[in-house]
Design a protein around this ligand. Structure first.
Ligand code: BGC
Length: 395
């Protein structure tokens, strides 16, 4: 996913939490759901009541990683990752199969985070996360993907769900509309996101639409069109009640409140006032309000502990030297920011560095990209160990 620049204004990249020092790691839980149906009030910050669940799939990945450590001194730190909440990506129709098993151990005070990510012509401005559905396969997206997820969520009214809707899709339509691939994908993205928002509008669900990050839609010239693009999808869906706002920095690397911001010395910095995610959430949030859309945010802090690593702001692939960031928490210090969350499961790759692979993207071969790296979503053991070593706060 992700992408980058174009013109003085654009820039993209891809993309995603850490907690305050006071956040505790979660104990293992066995209870399933609540005693009665869950109703989430999307006019409030649900993260004040619910903890992001440490889902079974990431727990299993971490457990396998602990037994495969190349550096055994990391063992006790690594084991703690299994208890950190993160989102589960439903990135293919087949992977909807992960949902039922992941539901089985969610206690009443936890919320299961899911990423909806299977649009036709996915990742139109990059190659690493090109998906299974081709441009034009919107009816398959609706009936074989969204409808299936909806039916499972309806079958589990006693469990709370937080959804991130389609990372990178609408932001790419704002900044990469000059690319033929994004032109081809545009109609399906708009139709698909609106359909997803409408159908997934269930009482036990809260939704956040992906809004890229400060180095993407935060450019002066992108703020208004970006807000309008998201608001258009929200309106086309009939302004669903369960939409709370946006997800930012998904799979991204931007610091929350570093000041001056990481790229504030760049020659084009004068065109972007959103040099950290805090400013972006506030500034883009104001633009969303004007455009008529709910504007609260969740921010991915999963891998943003270390700054100064990227040669360019738009570099998005397996950034070398990165560390796990603040653990999920609803204590952000900013009213518009509901929570810091981990959307990208740290240790899963952003894209392959194998230049002969179909989905090889040149960003994954850059100097600041960790190599070798496997296909997007696949486990990268060495990178996981690096994230632990560089974590802030430390494990
Ligand atoms: C990949 C998905 C994967 C997700 C989380 C994306 O970049 O395309 O397949 O599930 O990252 O690792």
């Amino acid at each position: 996913m992700k992408f980058s620049q174009s013109t003085v204004l654009a820039f993209a990249a891809t993309a995603l939490a850490a907690p305050s020092a006071t956040t505790k790691e979660q104990p293992r839980q066995a209870a399933v759901g609540c005693a009665s149906a869950v109703t989430l009030d999307a006019s409030t910050n649900v993260w004040k009541k619910y903890t992001l669940h440490a889902n079974k799939f990431y727990r299993d990945e971490v457990t396998a990683a602990v037994s495969a450590l190349s550096d055994s001194s990391l063992a006790s730190a690594a084991a703690k990752l299994a208890d950190v909440g993160s989102f589960l990506w439903l990135d293919t129709i087949e992977n909807i199969g992960k949902l039922e098993p992941a539901l089985q151990d969610v206690p009443c005070d936890h919320i299961l985070g899911l990423v909806i990510y299977d649009l036709p012509g996915r990742d139109c401005a990059a190659k690493a996360s090109n998906g299974e559905l081709k441009v034009g396969e919107i009816s398959r997206y609706k009936s074989e993907y969204i409808d299936k997820v909806v039916s499972i969520l309806k079958d589990h009214p006693k469990t709370a769900f937080a959804l991130v809707i389609e990372p990178d899709s609408l932001p790419n339509l704002v900044t990469n509309s000059d690319l033929q691939t994004c032109k081809d994908s545009a109609a399906g993205y708009r139709d698909g996101v609106a359909y997803a928002l409408k159908q997934l509008n269930l009482p036990n669900v809260v939704m956040y639409i992906d809004a890229g990050h400060g180095g993407w839609l935060g450019w002066d010239a992108n703020l208004k069109p970006g807000a309008q693009e998201l608001a258009k999808a929200y309106t086309a869906a009939g302004k669903p009640k369960q939409v709370r706002g946006i997800a930012t920095n998904v799979a991204g690397w931007n610091a929350w409140d570093l000041s001056p911001g990481e790229f504030s010395k760049a020659s084009d910095a004068k065109y972007n006032a959103c040099q950290n995610e805090k400013t972006y959430v506030t500034t883009f949030g104001a633009a969303l309000k004007t455009a008529g859309m709910p504007n609260h945010a969740i921010v991915d802090t999963g891998r943003n502990a270390v700054t100064g690593l990227r040669k360019e702001w738009g570099n998005w692939c397996n950034v070398k030297g990165a560390g796990f960031g603040v653990r999920p928490t609803a204590t952000t210090g900013t009213e518009l920011a509901d929570a810091f969350v981990w959307v990208k499961p740290g240790g899963e790759s952003d894209g392959t560095s194998d230049s002969s692979a179909n989905r090889f993207d040149s960003f994954c071969g850059k100097e600041d990209a960790f190599q070798p790296s496997p296909e997007a979503g696949q486990w990268n053991q060495v990178y996981f160990e690096e994230l632990i070593k560089n974590a802030k706060p430390a494990f």
